[in-house]
Design a protein. Structure first.
Length: 75
């Protein structure tokens, strides 16, 4: 038995272990967590985004206040 066969066996063994875990990418989770939306440009932000970052977006992109761009945002 050569090294190639051992590697193939190990891959087969590990495939069964990793199949139960599911995908490890956080892309879908992060997309679902984007629920803060700028009412001017419709850009989405993560739920965990803090007020200073949103205020910076409103000021730099639209020359507006936080309340004008994000009327539903609560601190």
């Amino acid at each position: 038995m050569g090294n190639g066969a051992k590697a193939a066996q190990k891959r087969e063994r590990n495939a069964g272990k990793n199949a139960d875990k599911g995908p490890t990418s956080k892309t879908k989770v992060n997309e679902a967590a984007k629920n803060i939306v700028c009412q001017t440009c419709r850009q989405t932000f993560l739920l965990t985004t803090r007020a200073p970052a949103l205020e910076e977006h409103a000021q730099n992109k639209h020359s507006k206040t936080l309340a004008e761009c994000f009327p539903n945002f609560t601190k």
